[in-house]
Design a protein around this ligand. Structure first.
Ligand code: F6P
Length: 360
């Protein structure tokens, strides 16, 4: 192996640049390889937009959010959207990608992505492309790894938001609702809720009964705690209520987020408790900005292990944290089903023990 490619796919995430840096430095320093950066994820792979990576190009990016390579969450080479006579059609452009890689002499490809991008990586692997994955998502909902990079940073941002909401909630005797990301899994809501001392945590894994949430908040008020903090994941489900997030937004071409469950629950809680309520949607603030120290370390370990995996010929694999080690696990085990919170697990149990309600 002489030359490897690297791309970032799907929604951005703190730590992407730290992974890119580690891939480039490990490839050059440890293995004397050339590295080609593929621009804007799979869009660049289809359209052959690539540039050589040097140590200079990755200097000073360890702490920077986003991705210097760019990314999109629309472009799937196996179902590539093309406009023909005003109509949107989908074409398989995977052969074009394979040809681009061959022509450029890329004999190993590192794909840094979440479920969508790693599923594409798996399809390429099945077509004989030597690919290795790196698990990225703030949502932490990828299987086969203890944790994805970006999660700790998102939790830290959400926790800081909760700390700030606490002081204003207490001053005004209000219910404060914080809506965080997590369409299929409530990891960010659960971890930030515990870290930020929330009173109620609502996650997709535990459908909630609004009456129970109301009672919890009312009981607190009766005991003199005249404010409450609620963290809700965007994919949380109210028993008997309609699901507000109806489709995979990341696959939508509409840049406007659907969102909205925080708002609708806020209105209902205000009515049933009689307490003034305010809603904050944390949105993409939790995806931007600097990675935490923990994410910088994890990203560096992942990036460097991904190049090791390429050199060891572990294609069709993803680097994964199996504490305390980083291992290579089959991509097949990582994609397809979202890793959800264990509702009988220790963290949920501890949260309940300290008085947090899940509305169940
Ligand atoms: O998968 C990460 C994620 O942040 C989800 O939690 C969220 O629903 C989605 O991406 C939003 O992505 P975008 O706004 O980029 O389509």
């Amino acid at each position: 192996i002489k030359r490897i490619g690297v791309l970032t796919g799907g929604g951005d995430c703190p730590g992407l640049n730290a992974v890119i840096r580690a891939v480039v430095k490990t490839a050059i320093r440890r293995y004397n390889l050339e590295v080609i950066g593929i621009i804007d994820g799979f869009y660049g792979l289809v359209n052959d937009i690539m540039e050589p990576m040097t140590e200079e190009k990755v200097a000073g990016i360890l702490h920077r959010g986003g991705t210097i390579l760019g990314t999109t969450n629309r472009d799937n080479p196996f179902r590539y959207a093309v406009e023909k006579e005003g109509q949107l059609t989908f074409e398989d452009r995977s052969e074009q990608c394979i040809e681009n890689l061959r022509r450029r002499g890329i004999d190993g490809l590192v794909v840094i992505g979440g479920d969508g991008s790693l599923s594409i990586a798996l399809e390429f692997h099945k077509k004989g492309i030597p690919v290795v994955g790196v698990p990225k998502t703030i949502d932490n909902d990828l299987s086969a790894t203890d944790v994805t990079f970006g999660f700790d940073s998102a939790v830290t941002t959400a926790t800081e938001a909760l700390d700030r909401l606490h002081t204003t909630a207490e001053s005004h005797h209000r219910i404060m609702i914080l809506e965080v990301m997590g369409r299929y899994a409530g990891w960010i809501a659960l971890y930030s809720g515990v870290a930020g001392g929330a009173d109620v945590i609502l996650i997709p894994e535990i459908p909630f009964d609004l009456d129970k949430v109301c009672n919890h908040i009312r009981t607190r008020a009766e005991k003199g705690r005249k404010f409450s903090i609620v963290v809700i994941a965007e994919g949380a489900k109210e028993i008997g209520g309609e699901m507000v997030v109806q489709k995979m937004v990341a696959q939508s071409h509409d840049p406007v987020r659907l969102g909205g469950i925080g708002q609708s629950i806020g209105q209902k809680l205000e009515m049933c408790t009689g307490m003034e309520t305010r809603v904050t949607v944390l949105g993409h603030v939790q995806r931007g900005g600097s990675p935490t120290a923990q994410d910088r370390i994890l990203s560096t370990r992942y990036g460097s292990a991904a190049v090791d995996a390429v050199m060891e010929g572990k294609f069709g694999h993803m680097v994964a944290l199996r504490t305390p080690k980083i291992l290579a696990v089959p991509l097949q085990e990582a994609v397809g089903t979202a890793k959800q919170v264990n509702t009988d697990g220790q963290i949920v149990k501890a949260a309940k023990s300290v008085g947090i309600s899940f509305g169940d």
